[in-house]
Design a protein around this ligand. Structure first.
Ligand code: ASP
Length: 348
């Protein structure tokens, strides 16, 4: 067993995004800075007794360019370095951070160490940056252990603007405010004020059987997302729900899971489900859940073969589908597991 008073070792993985940018004094353009110099940029990090190493992705990417291949690279890196570090911080652009954190939560199994995504709205090299606080508090949380030497938050999470939230419950809600992320359907895991308050009841602790990190790197990305809106045409619905090469469709419905009750729509949904495609119902509301038993419009979807996404975010649903479809070729098995809580992504 680890001595709880051992210094924690943290690996800082810089993938790209605003946080690692610095203004070039000559051109005034934002360019990525050399992360091996991180201690010079954020001298506060020297005050930690933890050892902090860094790893920089090559090439660095704006997170709008994130592809599942990058998640595979990230999972592989964490797995190779797993025994050498007590916690991992992934510096990532904010635009797709919730997608990456969701996907990683399914790809990393039997996790006993923190994997914390963070980033910032302003570059770390700028005076009013939010990146400094985000990074420093994320390091403190990643290094935190109990008296038995176990990590306080052994989950994939996002730390942003004083809140630590579960990765697969997160969504980006603001493009300009420092308060950019929310976990609308699940409480935060920790909150940073004068001290860091851990909400232990909300944190998942692995069982003793869950030993040794396992990673899942086969992802099937044949998923389409259809957002229902007034005026959606039959042709658009048909193209998505019956499109070639699409194995699963996430329908973003109104309210508690309602869509258009017109016979043309229900018949396309039915045809799509009969063809074996997986259709998952997620609400386009920020908070709350799908319940297809309340309204006739929801009932029609259920009868047509649509699966409930309950209170999953679209980001969580996408990561879960990529992972489950990569693991199982049988769509019935995927549907069965979609309705189960696998990594704390649904309140069931
Ligand atoms: N476009 C940037 C990115 O997602 C925005 C950010 O980091 O905040 O990489």
């Amino acid at each position: 067993m680890k001595n709880p008073f051992d210094k924690s070792k943290i690996l800082l993985i810089y993938t790209g995004g605003t946080i690692g940018m610095k203004e070039d004094p000559k051109t005034l353009a934002l360019t990525p800075f050399d992360f091996s110099q991180i201690l010079q940029e954020v001298p506060e990090l020297r005050k930690f007794s933890s050892r902090i190493d860094s790893h920089t992705f090559d090439p660095l990417i704006d997170s709008s360019d994130v592809e599942p291949a990058m998640w595979v690279e990230l999972a592989g890196l964490i797995s190779r370095k797993y025994d050498d570090y007590d916690g991992f911080i992934v510096l990532h652009g904010t635009d797709t951070m919730a997608y990456s954190a969701s996907a990683l939560s399914f790809m990393l199994d039997h996790l006993r160490k923190p994997v914390i995504f963070t980033g910032s709205q302003l570059p770390i090299g700028s005076l009013r940056t939010d990146g400094r606080e985000n990074l420093v508090s994320a390091v403190e949380i990643a290094a935190a252990k109990n008296m038995r030497g176990e990590a306080l938050v052994p989950e994939v999470s996002i730390y942003f603007n004083s809140q630590l939230i579960r990765g697969n419950r997160a969504t980006k809600v603001n493009s300009t405010s420092f308060d950019a992320f929310r976990s609308p359907n699940y409480p935060s895991l920790a909150e940073a004020g004068i001290s860091i308050r851990y909400h232990d009841m909300a944190i998942h602790h692995p069982s003793h059987q869950e030993r040794g990190l396992r990673i899942h790197t086969t992802l099937d990305t044949r998923v389409a997302i259809l957002k229902i809106h007034p005026g959606i045409t039959e042709q658009v619905a048909r193209n998505v729900l019956l499109g070639a090469g699409i194995r699963a469709i996430i329908i973003e419905t109104y309210g508690s899971g309602n869509a258009i009750s017109k016979p043309w729509f229900t018949s396309i949904v039915r045809e799509s489900a009969r063809s074996g495609r997986i259709i998952l119902n997620v609400t386009q509301c920020l908070a709350g859940e799908v319940n297809m038993d309340i309204y006739a419009t929801g009932k029609a979807l259920k009868e047509a073969g649509v699966i409930s996404g309950y209170d999953m975010t679209t980001e969580g649903a996408l990561g879960k589908l990529f992972f489950l479809m990569g693991e199982y070729s049988d769509n019935e098995k995927v549907k069965q597991l979609l309705e189960k809580n696998l990594k704390g992504e649904i309140s069931k």
